[in-house]
Design a protein around this ligand. Structure first.
Ligand SMILES: Nc1ncnc2c1ncn2[C@@H]1O[C@H](COP(=O)(O)OP(=O)(O)OP(=O)(O)O)[C@@H](O)[C@H]1O
Length: 302
């Protein structure tokens, strides 16, 4: 385990413009909530627990921001323990360095991406201690030359532990989107997620219910496999905006596995339309906050 950690650390340090600490120690500690150069607005896509479809949702929203809203989009994979952006966005290979030794993001579907997965072997276990997670994230975020970005989507690690809290404290987040399935257990965790962001003063953009229902492609019958509507009622109770229901859909899973997000690969499908509507709602909310002065700069959908 120690060897794997050191290998990952060395690999990251090679691409880094930051000073390097020893494994197990943080690198040079940055100021908290520093901006990321060139990035206007950052939103976290988070879930209280794993496996609810947070990364799938983050990726499809990022692609929808780029293709539907015509925004300049970045996608930061903050899930250093289980980076899925390389697979979901069909990107691999080590990032090039620019003249200032900053990493250049890899790009697909109009979205500039950075992930720990670009710096590690696919099957290498990511064994990180808390301070190393933060140091890695600093390097992935501020050690990358993003260019001009209107909105950056951060795919958060699942859960509400120390790593998630630190990330939410260090990145200047304009807001957080919470993804949950309709199940009671997932909703309990979603509430925890909402509370965590509120504690560190990150406003909640809204809640998305993923795997909300299943519509049989043959007969059209709708089944509520994991229940239905729980995220909407949780949003109402917590006075949060409910952003929408994404069905459990085989094409979403298949296109994710293929690295061709459904919003890009099957833009006319119903489910792509749902992602696009949710993306527009998020952009509208960020715009609203900006115009009443409660969040970052105004984003204009072209
Ligand atoms: N709406 C959906 N319909 C069908 N399959 C989905 C849907 N959303 C996600 N999935 C599938 O569910 C699995 C888990 O999704 P994903 O990896 O996005 O979850 P996650 O919450 O990010 O997980 P982790 O906590 O491990 O990071 C994947 O196989 C994905 O393709």
């Amino acid at each position: 385990q120690r060897k794997a950690r050191e290998d990952a650390w060395n690999s990251l340090s090679r691409f880094s413009t930051f000073s390097r600490g020893k494994p197990g120690e943080p690198g040079r500690s940055p100021m908290s909530r520093l901006n990321i150069a060139g990035v206007e607005s950052i939103i976290a896509v988070a879930s209280g627990k794993g496996g609810v479809g947070k990364s799938t949702t983050a990726v499809n929203l990022a692609v929808a921001f780029a293709l539907e809203c015509k925004l300049r989009v970045g996608l930061l994979d903050a899930d250093v323990y289980g980076p899925s952006v390389p697979t979901l966005m069909k990107l691999q290979g080590r990032p090039q360095l620019d003249k200032d030794s900053k990493m250049l993001p890899l790009e697909n579907f109009g979205v500039k991406c950075m992930s720990m997965g670009f710096l590690m072997d696919k099957d290498a276990p990511a064994v990180w201690r808390g301070p190393m997670v933060m140091s890695a994230l600093e390097k992935l975020s501020r050690g990358t030359s993003w260019g001009e970005i209107d909105v950056m989507v951060v795919d958060m690690p699942p859960g509400t532990g120390d790593a998630q809290i630190s990330i939410s404290q260090r990145l200047p987040l304009a807001g957080a989107v919470i993804v949950s399935t309709p199940q009671d257990l997932a909703l309990v965790d979603a509430r925890r997620g909402v509370n965590m962001f509120q504690k560190v003063d990150v406003p909640i953009v809204g809640i998305i219910e993923n795997m909300s229902y299943f519509k049989c492609p043959k007969c059209g019958e709708v089944s509520d496999i994991f229940g239905h509507g729980g995220a909407r009622s949780t949003s109402d109770e917590m006075r949060m905006e409910f952003l929408g229901e994404i069905p459990l859909n085989m094409a979403v899973r298949e296109t994710s596995d293929e690295g061709a997000p459904i919003v890009a690969s099957s833009p006319s499908s119903d489910v792509s339309g749902i992602y696009r509507i949710i993306a527009r709602r998020i952009v509208a909310k960020l715009g609203e906050w900006a115009s009443d002065g409660s969040a970052g700069p105004q984003i204009v959908v072209k």
